[in-house]
Design a protein around this ligand. Structure first.
Ligand SMILES: Cc1cc2nc3c(=O)[nH]c(=O)nc-3n(C[C@H](O)[C@H](O)[C@H](O)COP(=O)(O)OP(=O)(O)OC[C@H]3O[C@@H](n4cnc5c(N)ncnc54)[C@H](O)[C@@H]3O)c2cc1C
Length: 392
């Protein structure tokens, strides 16, 4: 039975960062990683961005071979016994540990129809599958208008494909951006050849040879060569839940990233942590959180014991537009828009109760730390206080 000082379940970006964190504090302790995917850790963001702009696939792999961990790839952890400090995988192999990290991330939500005809875009294998369809196909449907849907639609259009994008919201990114910006973005997509069906819902899918027909609520039938969906993820909490750990929209951890069991940690997309600046428990599905929280979890597993107070930032590329953002981008909050050049360059502030809860830096760079500091300030702020507050 393999035994490790440090055992990690999950082999994504959080796991890779955790291994680095462990090695910063402990160069000798044995480490093992159990990962359901048959690949060593890699960066996911390029799958919907740079790889469609000519960057080679080889660039996505994370360092890991030199971190002294045994990788158990293509294996899924199925059981966690906290008392015996033992994890069992889907082949029946049992692993014992002194310290465990749950870095199980999330699984894409699926539609009630379509089965495996639909690519729920998350992994390198999803990328490869879509790539091979793109080699032969002409027209693609993208279901979802959030982060993944908008990036994949842009990537396919940039590769000369006809793209029809459909989602129930009012416009591209409408769950994060104020209405004017979302309208601009929707028009921007249309100008670049994407057929945007806002307020439209996919209701069914009929496979055909070499493609499929997507049926919609309003009665459209979209005949396409491939279908991609990005409709959010569910955190992979099953293992933690079955072991009796606290789960509330994610595995609940304290500021040291420990669960209620002092030898079991959780981090990344799956972890629900308290952030002092926002005064709330968060679960963040973004790269900066995976990397910084993963590293901190690794360091803490190795005895550093430093709190995780980091407020993660996130970013996206949409054709030649790009942004960075911090905090809660909820357009239902009081929104203050400070444009230097409308919808091309500016800062959007999201306020609640006189405090800044989120900052969108739209084609504005090097202001992430200033945005974090603003969110940590007690205020109270009125809209007038914010105009010109961060250089746009
Ligand atoms: C296409 C794409 C583009 C993105 N672009 C951006 C971006 O531009 N900006 C940004 O900030 N963020 C972006 N993200 C989000 C970012 O990639 C995630 O936040 C990050 O990958 C989370 O890492 P994680 O390791 O916590 O979880 P995951 O990436 O979900 O990795 C978890 C791993 O654990 C494995 N696993 C799960 N359960 C088990 C089990 N029981 N046993 C063994 N293994 C298990 C899974 O198979 C998976 O390999 C993007 C994500 C995707 C998919």
């Amino acid at each position: 039975m393999p035994h490790y000082r440090y055992l990690v379940v999950g082999g994504g970006m959080t796991a890779a960062s955790a291994l680095s964190g462990i090695r910063e504090a402990d160069s000798a302790g044995t480490a093992g990683v159990i990962c359901a995917e048959p690949h060593p850790p890699y960066d996911r963001p390029p799958l919907s961005k740079q790889l469609w702009k000519g960057t080679p696939v080889e660039t996505i792999w994370r360092k890991g071979g030199d971190l002294g961990a045994d990788l158990y790839l293509g294996r899924s952890a199925r059981g966690l016994d906290l008392k015996e400090k033992r994890v069992t995988d889907d082949r029946g192999t049992a692993y014992t540990f002194e310290r465990l990290l749950l870095a199980t991330g999330g699984t894409p939500r699926r539609l009630a129809f379509g089965g495996d005809e639909i690519i729920y875009f998350r992994t390198i294998d999803d990328y490869r599958r879509l790539r091979s369809l793109v080699d032969s196909g002409r027209r693609f449907a993208v279901i979802g208008g959030g982060f993944i849907g908008s990036e994949i639609a842009a990537a396919l259009a940039l590769n000369g494909k006809q793209v029809v994008m459909l989602f129930p919201g009012a416009g591209v990114g409408s769950r994060a951006f104020p209405p004017g910006l979302s309208r601009f973005l929707t028009e921007y997509y249309r100008q670049r050849g994407v057929e945007v069906l806002a307020g439209e819902v996919a209701t069914g899918l009929a496979p055909r040879s070499g493609g499929a027909v997507v049926e919609t609520k309003s009665g459209r039938r979209l005949d396409v060569d491939g279908v991609v969906a990005g409709i959010g993820i569910e955190p992979n909490v099953g293992l933690a839940h079955a072991a009796g750990l606290q789960v509330e929209n994610g595995i609940v951890v304290d500021e040291m990233l420990r669960t209620a069991d002092p030898d079991v940690f959780a981090a990344g997309d799956v972890a629900a942590f308290y952030n002092p600046a926002l005064g709330a428990r968060l679960r963040v599905e973004h790269e900066d959180n995976a990397n910084v929280m993963g590293r901190q979890a690794g360091r803490n597993m190795a005895g550093v014991d430093a709190p995780y107070h980091h407020l993660p930032f996130f970013y996206s590329d949409l054709f030649d537009l790009a942004y960075e953002a911090v905090g809660d981008l909820d357009p239902r909050l009081l929104v203050v828009e400070d444009w230097k050049d409308p919808y091309r360059e500016g800062v959007v502030y999201y306020l609640r109760g006189g405090r800044v809860r989120g900052v969108l830096l739209w084609n504005v760079w090097d202001q992430v730390d200033a945005a974090r500091a603003l969110i940590a300030e007690p205020g109270p702020f009125s809209p007038g206080d914010l105009t010109g507050r961060l250089p746009g």
